[in-house]
Design a binder for this molecule. Structure first.
Ligand code: TYD
Length: 218
């Protein structure tokens, strides 16, 4: 893939949206198109699914898992893959690890099944780097500035299981994940992410976005 795919993950209220915006600003220096997107809701279909998932009536766990997977399948095909093929930097606010943490651990479905479902939905596309913004759920919940949506209202036990699941995913795949302490001040979190992302972004300067294998420029 010619571009760079980065995702940010974490339980609700850890400040992902702020950090996504900060990373986008930083990435502007690297001379590539930047695509900032999110799940659920990165496409027209996704916007409808997001409304149903977050503000609709009760959805049973398996149906919920399938709806997040449907959102992701559409998102990858319509937005993420084409952007990466154009050589863009894609910064995604939540991706497949959210399903592994929220649907598998939070809702008690089998993690292997959710992983298979997600990998099928995305054709196996994984980010090159995933920043896990980690924080105690009580503290993160206190930060939420809007009314609770359906997922946020699922209770502290749910958020705790989800947090532990994110940490377990990160430990299982240390090459892709970086765990960032989201209880730190915004600037500290932002600097930690920038420092880590800098070499990945710098690499793009030395590769041609349109050469067939994204190889070095002549
Ligand atoms: P988010 O957009 O981060 O919420 P907000 O707009 O309040 O910041 O995420 C929406 C919710 O959807 C969040 O509670 C996590 C949940 N979610 C899942 O349960 N599974 C998934 O696969 C994804 C992508 C999100």
């Amino acid at each position: 893939m010619r571009g760079l795919f980065i995702s940010l993950e974490g339980i609700d209220g850890v400040g992902k949206t702020t950090q996504v915006a900060r990373l986008r600003d930083y990435a502007r220096d690297f001379g590539r198109e930047i695509v900032v997107t999110r799940e659920p809701g990165g496409t027209r279909l996704g916007a409808e699914l997001r409304q149903l998932l977050l503000h609709g009536f009760d959805v049973l766990p398996r149906a919920e898992a399938l709806m997040f997977a449907a959102d992701r399948a559409q998102h990858v095909d319509e937005v993420i893959r084409p952007a990466l093929e154009r050589g863009a930097i894609v910064i995604c606010d939540r991706y497949l690890d959210s399903s592994l943490a929220y649907q598998a651990a939070g809702r008690d479905l089998a993690v292997a099944e959710i992983r298979r479902l997600s990998m099928w939905a995305t054709g196996g596309l994984l980010p090159e780097r995933t920043y896990l913004l980690d924080m105690d759920p009580q503290a993160s919940h206190a930060r939420l500035r809007h009314g609770e949506d359906r997922m946020e209202a699922a209770g502290e036990g749910f958020q705790r299981r989800t947090r532990q699941a994110f940490l377990a995913l990160a430990r299982r795949d240390p090459e892709r994940f970086r765990i960032v302490d989201a209880a730190d001040p915004v600037e500290t979190v932002c600097t930690a992410i920038r420092d880590d992302a800098a070499p990945l972004l710098a690499r793009l300067r030395h590769t041609d976005p349109v050469s067939p294998n994204g190889g070095p420029t002549a």
